[in-house]
Design a protein. Structure first.
Ligand code: ARG
Length: 462
């Protein structure tokens, strides 16, 4: 029986074509075509190895290289016709290559399967994505350092339980995020080592009968080595899960920062302003300037968590080796890549557009007895056990609250009611500047320490 099943590359053993619905259901070309550069790069490395090993002729390699140059040009210029009939990016490119150069195109797939091909493409794609993310993380972290340096001595209330706790500087607060995003960067660097391993040569699942040279292909593609086991190589997607989990952690950090930006921008708080280009207005309330970008970033965090859960669930219980389930790895992965790269790009820019309202931060610092711990430390240094000092200051806070003032507004006589150890030098301790300057050690919020931390941060970015 002849049928249009024969238009498929694999149609030899089939007697009827798939329905349009099944075709659409099983095809991936709509989304995997974004890996076309990686697919061509992988094919060229494979073809060079085949020629070097004498598996294909030098003339075939020349044809393949010439054909791939044309395919590249066609895709870049938008002339390439992607076809759903050809399922995925791999078959689309191979078919076009064959149309352009004939038999050499048909020889390209010698000793290879789409199973090791797609695993290679995703790894190449992710390695590129990690390199992009690292560049963006660096730009973002350096914008945070710039802001930290500028505001190294700007006092703001530090919070615990969202209640005023102790004074910190805005610079110190920004450097906390520098650390978080630094750990994210380390995680991506670590993940990259496991991404950059070569599956090619594993073929469908068991390896191949040709005298291949996998190390040569790995080297051509800049991989750090080959995947050791063919069954694992074609079915492993740990690297994609690891990557997405690093993305999820990064977005968690982004969402914490976003939450703070939204809060700080609220007119009730008024700690910062964000440049207008990151905000939008309301269609009904003319007075509004909404922090859309941080709000959306907070929202998109859930999206990346979802992609991580999709990938974990996709891999759960899959028997060895390759299963078509794996085709479902791409959309979550690409969405995580897009969300993280867009978010980082915007945040790197937005960090430079933050202006601090130091007056409002200062005012907020007078409203929560922010230097109460300093007073307790003062008494402890004069010989009172810390627990007793804590109790004495608690009573002083209660009295100040009753009077409607902050601790430094109490008179010396009033303060001395809580401890005879209190002397005139107490007022230096009760000021915000005194409080800040006294936390003068690595990791502390003293402006000098923040400046030193900025210097170290710059060195780490270099
Ligand atoms: N489009 C497929 C994927 O993304 C390529 C591998 C297909 N392999 C196969 N034996 N059907 O996983």
């Amino acid at each position: 029986m002849t049928s249009n099943a024969n238009q498929y590359t694999w149609a030899g053993r089939f007697s009827e074509p798939v329905s349009d619905l099944v075709k659409r259901y099983t095809a991936s070309v709509d989304f995997d075509q974004r890996m076309w550069r990686q697919d061509i790069r992988g094919s060229l490395a494979h073809a060079r190895m085949l020629a070097k090993q004498g598996i294909i002729a030098a003339a075939d390699l020349a044809d393949i290289e010439r054909g791939m140059a044309i395919v590249t040009e066609e895709i870049e210029s938008g002339k390439f016709e992607w076809s759903l009939d050809l399922e995925d990016v791999h078959l689309n490119i191979e078919k076009r290559l064959t149309a352009l150069v004939g038999d050499a195109g048909k020889r390209l797939h010698t000793g290879r399967s789409r199973n090791d091909q797609v695993a290679t493409d995703i790894r190449l794609y992710l390695r590129d994505a990690i390199d992009d993310i690292q560049m963006l993380l660096k730009a973002f972290r350096s914008a945070l350092v710039d802001l930290a340096e500028k505001e190294a001595a700007t006092p703001m209330p530090g919070f615990t339980h969202l209640q005023v706790a102790q004074p910190v500087t805005f610079g110190h607060h920004m450097l906390a995020y520098f650390e978080m995003f630094g750990r994210d960067s380390e995680r991506f660097a670590d993940c990259r080592k496991r991404v950059a391993r070569l599956p090619l040569g594993s073929a469908a699942l068991a390896g191949t009968t040709y005298p291949i040279d996998r190390e040569f292909v790995a080297e051509q593609l800049g991989f750090e080595g080959v995947c050791e086991n063919s069954l694992d190589a074609v079915s492993d997607r740990d690297f994609a899960i690891e990557f997405t989990s690093a993305c999820a952690l990064l977005m968690m950090h982004i969402s914490r920062l976003s939450e703070e930006l939204v809060m700080w921008m609220s007119p009730r708080v008024g700690f910062i302003q964000i440049a207008d280009r990151f905000c939008t207005g309301s269609s009904i309330m003319p007075q509004k300037k909404n922090p859309d970008v941080p709000e959306l970033a907070r929202g998109k965090t859930g999206r990346v968590y979802g992609q991580l859960m999709s990938l974990l669930t996709l891999m759960k219980s899959q028997p060895l080796a390759y299963n078509k389930d794996n085709q479902e790895d791409k959309e979550p992965l690409f969405d995580a890549v897009d969300t993280v790269t867009d978010t980082l790009r915007i945040f790197a820019d937005m960090a430079g557009g933050i202006t601090v309202r130091a007056d409002n931060m200062k005012a907020a610092l007078t409203q929560g007895f922010a230097t109460a711990t300093d007073l307790a430390d003062y008494l402890t240094k004069k010989g009172l056990p810390f627990r007793d000092a804590h109790e004495a200051v608690g009573l002083a806070v209660k009295a100040a609250e009753f009077k409607g003032v902050d601790l430094p507004q109490l008179t010396l006589e009033e303060l001395q009611q809580f401890s005879p150890l209190i002397e005139n030098d107490v007022f230096a301790v009760l000021t915000v500047e005194g409080s800040l300057a006294s936390r003068n050690h690595i990791g502390g919020t003293a402006p000098d320490q923040v400046r030193a931390a900025v210097t170290r941060a710059r060195a780490r970015l270099a």
